[in-house]
Design a protein. Structure first.
Length: 188
């Protein structure tokens, strides 16, 4: 398991309930040029700001992966869209080895089932793999975690070693006011 003292949970689940700060001091506002002041004043009268989409480092960047393990458990029930952009980054590796990374979902944080909700392609080299995790049709899932398996073959040292990270970024929900391509075509 990852060392919790290196990655405190308070840092890992950041940006979750932050909202944009629109209450700026008046002196700061009036020190700006007029061209910048008008859009800022108009924004004060708009709808309330949406919260900032949250990020989940399922595998913190720079983690050394040498054994098969499970990552930290993160709650996703506060997500508005329940859709995440997943970025797996392999920073370093040694030859003749493979890395299998998957994301597992759970309704209670204890039972993660027998199948992952997302499986990345097997990695052999440094690079970035990107995928979208959409659990919007799985309302029972309230928690996610990463699981990784490392494998090494050949005649050299038998211990595999990858330096990697897995970041999930919530994709904000689409506004109902935003016209879709289909709606625009139907109006013509």
């Amino acid at each position: 398991m990852l060392d919790p003292s290196r990655h405190p949970r308070s840092e890992l689940v950041r940006n979750r309930n932050q909202t944009a700060d629109i209450h700026q001091p008046i002196t700061k506002l009036f020190s700006l040029p007029l061209a910048l002041r008008i859009p800022m004043l108009e924004s004060l009268h708009q709808e309330p700001m949406h919260r900032v989409p949250f990020e989940l480092p399922l595998i913190p960047p720079g983690s050394v992966l040498q054994t098969n393990e499970d990552g930290y458990i993160f709650p996703i029930e506060e997500s508005e869209s329940r859709t995440f952009f997943c970025t797996l980054t392999v920073f370093d590796q040694i030859e003749q080895e493979s890395l299998d990374v998957s994301i597992w979902g759970s309704p209670d944080g204890l039972n993660f089932g027998k199948r992952p909700v997302l499986r990345f392609p097997q990695q052999f080299y440094r690079g970035i793999a990107k995928m979208v995790l959409d659990v919007s049709l799985r309302p029972e899932l309230k928690f996610v975690r990463a699981r990784w398996e490392v494998n090494r073959w050949g005649r050299v040292a038998p211990t595999p070693m990858f330096v990697a990270g897995l970041q999930l970024e919530e994709i904000p929900p689409m506004s109902r006011d935003t016209p879709t391509k289909r709606a625009i075509l139907a109006a013509k």
